[in-house]
Design a protein around this ligand. Structure first.
Ligand code: BES
Ligand code: ZN
Ligand code: ZN
Length: 477
């Protein structure tokens, strides 16, 4: 569910207001608050409170101060978290509409609004009594002078797209088969303005996408290969930027079955990378970024059914590489490898892939960040890391040392899909690297894509991680 965001000329006397203000400047206050309220506010400031709630006859006024003590990245994050915190007060008083008024000459108001919009997200589809479960807040209004129109439009695009990604992750596989995900992507493409082409099982087999076919063998539903494209007429880049997303709609581990609980039970999140790519195409097309961007999503579930691929099997990948499968739970790299090979046909400027790929990445950084590595130039890496800090989706680089690649050599085939016991996120990436011949970045989202309980504006379950970060990177590209 999306919170409505609208821009109005001026607010009216009955509108609930959140006034974003600076503690050292209360010149605005006699226009909104009585003398006693102003005195109360001054005393509250002395005590160091961050907001004050004033019930008035026909509306409420919340005065919100933004703490700004840390560095820029932390300041912005504090503002997002305060935006999320105020939702508790709004819910407590059952307000359905609030108008934000800016009496503070800095730009953290946008992050505050971002925190409100993302924190108010709910996934209510499967409740029979949705109205009872819904948050009271339905609409946020901002006045024209709140922030430049372009920034508001962009924020709307990013937050909507993040919620699209969250929705996709939150959908259980009982609904979201690979085929259904393609239908959803087509619908999202129509709404946002990007093109979608879908390869069905026949086409995937004709192309001999051996990684996708192998993973799908134990499944009862067919695989898909999705191609998403945003190609504006005045694109700044001649060669496209390609985004690849792991689209395993459910990962049981296959015959190398995962244990449950605490492992298989959250594996509807295994298309988190695909959700990031869909969210990105949605954000980019909604914001009409002048960049040619292609999204590739190989998709299937991973199951131990009838004809499932088995440990010891040797398969032939789309690019002709042979792979000894030693663990059917290391399926993500197999479907991604086919997509990374497909990406070569675009002669891309840069390829970025997103995947809930390894438990090892999740263990290394938890939900606090994303492991990344790749062959792109240092300048590109520095920029993407900075974007991570800008939106507080932080990145940690791991080294693609040759020795890790040696672990992926097989005695019976060109590669095997399983490395040693250490640095699993790197050995997986070394496997993927084999299928690339262009500047490439790989993001292992296993820790950050899915939360068992909410963390401020990162609501529980799907987080939509990567959408805000890579949008920030592309917008400055
Ligand atoms: N989908 C999992 C990785 C994962 C783990 C995602 C935790 C989200 C949270 C992936 O397909 C997997 O099972 N990886 C194995 C690979 C191993 C068998 C080489 C892993 O990391 O344990
Ligand atoms: Zn797996
Ligand atoms: Zn997986």
């Amino acid at each position: 569910m999306n919170t409505k965001l609208s821009v109005i000329n001026t607010h009216k006397s009955k509108d609930n207001l959140i006034i974003l203000a600076d503690k050292t400047d209360l010149n605005w206050s006699n226009a909104y608050l009585s003398n006693t309220e102003q005195t109360f506010l001054k005393n509250a400031i002395k005590k160091g409170v961050s907001h004050v709630f004033f019930p008035q006859a026909e509306r409420a006024i919340i005065v919100q101060f933004l703490k700004l003590n840390g560095d820029e990245s932390i300041n912005k994050e504090e503002a997002r978290m305060l935006g999320n915190d105020i939702l508790t007060i709004i819910e407590h008083y059952k307000l359905d509409t609030v108008t934000l008024v800016n009496h503070r000459p800095n730009n953290h108001v946008l992050e505050y609004l971002e925190g409100m919009l993302l924190g108010n997200y709910q996934f209510l589809k499967y409740f029979t009594k949705k109205k009872d479960k819904a948050n009271s807040l339905q609409t946020i209004k901002v006045t024209k002078d709140f922030a430049p129109k372009k920034s508001i439009d962009e924020l709307k695009a990013i937050t909507t797209a993040t919620c699209i990604a969250r929705d996709l992750v939150n959908e259980p596989q009982s609904y979201l088969s690979a085929a259904q995900m393609s239908k959803d992507i087509q619908k999202i493409g129509k709404e946002c303005g990007f093109d979608v082409e879908v390869f069905d099982e026949k086409k995937i087999k004709r192309l001999k996408m051996g990684g996708i076919i192998a993973v799908n063998m134990g499944s009862f539903t067919p695989p898909r290969f999705n191609i998403l494209e945003w190609k504006p007429t005045k694109a700044k880049n001649k060669k496209p930027i390609v985004l690849v997303g792991k689209g395993i709609v459910y990962d049981t581990g296959g015959l190398s079955l995962k244990p449950t609980p605490n492992s298989m039970d959250k594996m509807k999140c295994d298309m988190g990378g695909a959700a990031t790519v869909v969210g990105l195409l949605a954000a980019i097309s909604k914001a009409k970024l002048p960049l040619h961007v292609v999204g590739l999503i190989p998709s299937t579930d991973n199951r131990p059914g009838n004809n499932a691929y088995a440990p010891g099997d040797v398969i032939t990948m789309y690019d002709g590489t042979t792979v000894e499968v030693l663990n059917t739970d290391a399926e993500g790299r197999l479907v991604l490898a086919d997509a990374l090979h497909y990406a070569k046909k675009y002669k891309p400027e840069l390829v970025m892939d997103f995947a809930t790929l390894t438990g090892s990445a999740a263990r290394a950084v938890g939900a606090e960040g994303t492991c990344y590595m790749g062959t792109a130039e240092k300048e590109v890496k520095d920029k993407v890391v900075q974007s991570g800090y800008n939106v507080y989706e932080r990145l940690v680089e791991f080294p693609l040392w040759r020795e890790y690649g040696d672990q992926m050599k097989s005695h019976i085939a060109d590669l095997k899909n399983l490395g040693g016991p250490a640095a699993g996120m790197v050995t997986a990436a070394k496997f993927l690297q084999h299928f690339t011949d262009y500047p490439w970045l790989h993001f292992d989202l296993a820790g950050a894509a899915y939360l068992s309980k909410s963390n401020s504006y990162r609501t529980k379950e799907g987080t939509g991680v990567g959408v805000r970060m890579i949008f920030n990177f592309l917008k400055n590209y």
